[in-house]
Design a protein around this ligand. Sequence first.
Ligand SMILES: [Zn+2]
Length: 398
Amino acid sequence: MATGKKWEIIHIPDRPPTPIDQQHTVDVVASVIEPKHANTLVRRLNKLVPLEDLRHIKRVQKKCIEGIIQLSVVLCLALENENQWEENMPDDVCELIKAYQLTPFITKVAKYAASTKEEWEAQCKFWPTSYHPPTYNIDGITGFSEGDSQLIFDFMKFALKLTKSGPQVVNAAVVVDPLVRQVIASACDQTFSSRTTADEKTSFDTDFVGHPETVSSYQSNVNGIEAIETLLSNCDSVSCLFPWKWTENRRYTTNTGSWHPLRHAALVAIESAAARDRELFPLFGKSPDQKTEIDPAKRQKIQVSNDGNNMVLKTCSNGLHSEVSRPYLCTGFDIYLVWEPCAMCAMSLVHQRFRRIFYAFPNPNCGALGSTQRLQGEKSLNHHYAVFRVLLPGTRPL
Ligand SMILES: [Zn+2]
């Protein structure tokens, strides 16, 4: 595939897309039914022979043939032996066939739920399915506006700038609240002693204010293809790419105070976001006794009230009132990572309830969001985020 000349955003679906003309199918037994029996039959079939592994399949197919509506229903899965499917049908289904005078036939349905709209359209040519991947309702799956795209590029440019500070190329993470379009925290890998906690920044730092206008000023530094090649050819210190690299460097370093093998950029950024929370919401999580120890003058200025899932901070400054909602962990936030996160970092982003993950470069060694695994499609998890790759000029899709 050709390399692009422009910045681009591509959605990384919950599982690798299947070529449109190679959709996996499975045989089922179906029958045309009378529309007046549809509700009763579907209710009984769902109870007697639920399609547990085919929940994406719609039980009823509706066709319009020469102006007449024709309904067909999936009765059950067809057993493997094509010629003996009639003999192997469950007794309950046989009774229904007899009672409603049905004429069963074999047809094909999609074996897996569609991960893209194109796949879903191809599947529906066999038999109708639903299209509801876990992240379907998250903004951006169906495209970004021009303004939103530009903001995303600007935040990624800021993350790229962070990878080049210091002697090594490292991974960088930028946590953003998309509602107020502001950087909440940013950080680099801290798995080597040459980097210190001074490398992490939050929107409280005096030398950086996380508004998009400030972020845009980094644009000219990272727009060249050469810079990207430099990053990619010097990335052997990126923690998510080489999680065991620290074992080599440990032997040559004397300062062990500021590094830790688990301080990957995403984890440091999360820690920084939590520190910001503690600063903004000093009363959160305190017992009533502890609250009384807070300076009375400060208490007059800050009131915290419980508003459903959020803690609402009300401050009074120069006579003007403002409200800042404290989200649960990083709920609703986006994170920008220069390299695709490893499984440890990707899982920490699940725990933190991030909404969208953007990364620039794939991680063929340990990438958990597209390269070696797709955590975003893991059904057993209780939270799902949407994943996007920001394609830089001169790079190519996977
Ligand atoms: Zn990692």
